[in-house]
Design a protein around this ligand. Structure first.
Ligand code: C2E
Ligand code: MG
Ligand code: MG
Ligand code: MG
Length: 284
């Protein structure tokens, strides 16, 4: 009976695997079409200087306006795009679009802000990555200091000579570098002294419970003070409540990003927010 059952499980598993493989293939094909038909859009989420309450930057976050399935979040297609290599042309589109938009806001008379672009490991390791960044900045006339690349610890962990070269070349160009989801990778902290990193982004998993969980509070405070000592900007991701904002302010965290300050939004809405500003209230 057990044997029979095991065999059945196996069969179900195989069917499941096949179904998944077919589903992935069809997503892959439609991703390819999406690029041609320009179905991707960027939403922009504000990053706030906690002391002044002003918007100092935005993170560009990709969305897929799917003709039948509606607006899709990155979780539904980015890892597939990474697996099949399509993240390379998609990433080039994201970088260009984000730089064009940042420049367009400047030309519209808005105070310059930094636009941050997520960069996957595959993109970062591509031979032409550095050249593409350089050419995109030149083409879009965006000053390099207004571009920040968000990298995960998995990219920085590879102690290859090439990683070091690319990071230093970007820093020499004037492009800013941030560690995304800080504290969630398998990290040795030694990359912090090796690489020219400007910003640490504290992962939202530490931020969500930090006002109720003392361990999370300790971790967040420790990252802030380490960042300060290392002369890096520290930003907390996933800030959703005034209590979290107050905590970060009291800990002298530099910046915050999260639903409390603003959700990811289309470029026009972000421009309006840049003009009106964000009004913030602390809890009593
Ligand atoms: P990430 O870079 O860590 O981006 C932050 C994610 O947290 C975004 O999800 C954002 O919408 C969400 N978020 C922001 N504030 C809050 C908050 O207060 N509460 C909660 N619960 N969530 C918040 P999103 O847009 O779904 O993106 C997910 C991930 O997809 C990103 O994580 C990033 O790793 C990846 N991604 C997004 N756009 C791109 C892209 O253009 N290229 C690449 N390679 N990856 C991207
Ligand atoms: Mg990011
Ligand atoms: Mg993150
Ligand atoms: Mg993340």
């Amino acid at each position: 009976y057990a044997k029979e059952n095991g065999r059945n499980n196996c069969k179900f598993f195989e069917q499941d695997m096949n179904a998944r493989a077919v589903q992935r293939q069809s997503i892959e094909a439609s991703l390819r079409r999406a690029l041609e038909r320009q179905e991707f859009v960027l939403h922009y989420q504000p990053k706030i200087n906690l002391q002044s309450g002003t918007i100092v930057g935005v993170e560009a976050l990709i969305r897929w306006q799917h003709p039948e399935r509606g607006l899709l979040a990155p979780a539904q297609f980015v890892s597939i795009a990474e697996d099949c290599g399509l993240i390379l042309p998609i990433g080039r589109w994201v970088l260009r679009e984000a730089c064009l938009q940042a420049k367009a806001w400047q030309l519209a008379g808005l105070a310059p802000i930094i636009v941050a672009v997520n960069t996957s490991a595959l993109e970062f390791r591509a031979k032409d990555f550095l050249e593409n960044v350089r050419a995109t900045l030149a083409d879009t006339c965006l000053e390099p200091r207004y571009l920040e690349l968000e990298l995960t610890e998995s990219v920085l962990m590879r102690d290859a000579q090439s990683t070091n070269c690319v990071l230093h070349a970007l820093a020499d160009m004037g492009v800013k570098l941030a560690v995304d989801d800080f504290g969630t990778g398998y990290s040795s902290l030694s990359y912090l002294r090796r690489f020219p990193i400007d910003t640490l982004k504290i992962d939202q998993s530490f931020v969500h419970q930090m006002t109720s969980n003392p361990d999370d509070a300790t971790i967040v405070s420790a990252v802030i003070s380490m960042g300060k000592s290392l002369k890096k900007r520290v930003i907390a991701e996933g800030v959703e409540t005034p209590e979290q904002y107050a905590f970060l302010l009291a800990q002298h965290c530099d910046e915050g990003q999260g639903y409390y300050f603003g959700r990811p939004m289309v470029a026009e809405a972000l421009a309006t927010l840049l003009q009106t500003g964000i009004s913030l209230t602390l809890p009593d």
